[in-house]
Design a protein around this ligand. Structure first.
Ligand code: AMP
Length: 190
C-alpha cells in the first residue's frame, strides 16, 4: 500500500498535485479541507462548528479532523493507498495518524513537502479565490492568518517526519509539471 502525506502551506499546490497522484497511482484522496467543506454544505453540526474556525483562518480542533480521517480509512478497506492532503496539520494530528495506521495495519510511506515563498502563496490563493468561491481565499487578512497558523502549528510536522526519515522536499515554485515529475520520481523510488 502507498500512503502519502502531501505537505505544505495553503496555496503550495497540494490539491493540484493530489489529482496527478490519484490519476497515476489510483489512490484515495483524503483532504480534510474538502471533507470539512462537504460537512458545511450538508449543514451538519460538525460543519457548522468547524465553519466558525475556518471563517477566521484558524485550525479546527484536532479531534474533529482526526475523527473524520479515521472514518474514511475504516470505510475504505480495499484502498490501494491514501493521499493525505492538508492532514496532519499539527504534531498531535501526526501522532494520531500513526496510531490510526497501526490500528488499521497500514503505514505512511512518505511525506512530500512543497516549499513555496509567502509572496507566491498569497498571489496563488488570491487568484484561486476569483473562481473557487471560497471566502477564506478572498480576504487577504484571512490568507495571512492561515499562513501564520501554518508557520506556528503546522511547520513542526515536517520535522516529525524528518526524524522518521520519511520527509522529502520539493521546490514548489516550479511549474505544475516539473513538481509532478519530481513527486513521481520520489514515489517510484519508495
Ligand atoms: P484547506 O482546504 O486545506 O486550505 O483547509 C481550509 C480550512 O479548513 C483551514 O484553514 C482550517 O480551518 C481547516 N482545516 C483543514 N484541514 C485541517 C486540519 N488537518 N486541521 C485543522 N483544521 C483544518
Amino acid at each position: 500500500m502507498l500512503n502519502l502525506v502531501l505537505f505544505g502551506p495553503p496555496g503550495a499546490g497540494k490539491g493540484t498535485q493530489s489529482q496527478k497522484l490519484i490519476e497515476r497511482y489510483k489512490l484515495i484522496h483524503l483532504s480534510t479541507g474538502d471533507l470539512l467543506r462537504a460537512e458545511i454544505a450538508a449543514g451538519t453540526k460538525l460543519g457548522l462548528d468547524a465553519k466558525r474556525y475556518m471563517d477566521c483562518g484558524t485550525l479546527v480542533p484536532d479531534e474533529v479532523v482526526i475523527g473524520m480521517i479515521e472514518n474514511k480509512i475504516k470505510s475504505n478497506p480495499e484502498a490501494k493507498g491514501f493521499i493525505f492532503d492538508g492532514f496532519p496539520r499539527t504534531v498531535p494530528q501526526a501522532t494520531a495518524l500513526d496510531k490510526m495506521c497501526y490500528d488499521n495495519k497500514i503505514s505512511i510511506s512518505a511525506m512530500i513537502s512543497l516549499k513555496v515563498d509567502v509572496a507566491e502563496l498569497t498571489k496563488r490563493i488570491v487568484e484561486r479565490g476569483k473562481t473557487s468561491g471560497r471566502t477564506d481565499d478572498q480576504d487577504p487578512d484571512l490568507v495571512g492568518e492561515r499562513i501564520a497558523e501554518y508557520n506556528n502549528k503546522t511547520a513542526p510536522v515536517s520535522d516529525y517526519y524528518a526524524k522518521k526519515s520519511k520527509a522529502h522536499y520539493i521546490d514548489g515554485m516550479q511549474s505544475i509539471e516539473i513538481v509532478s515529475n519530481e513527486i513521481f520520481k520520489i514515489v517510484d523510488s519508495l
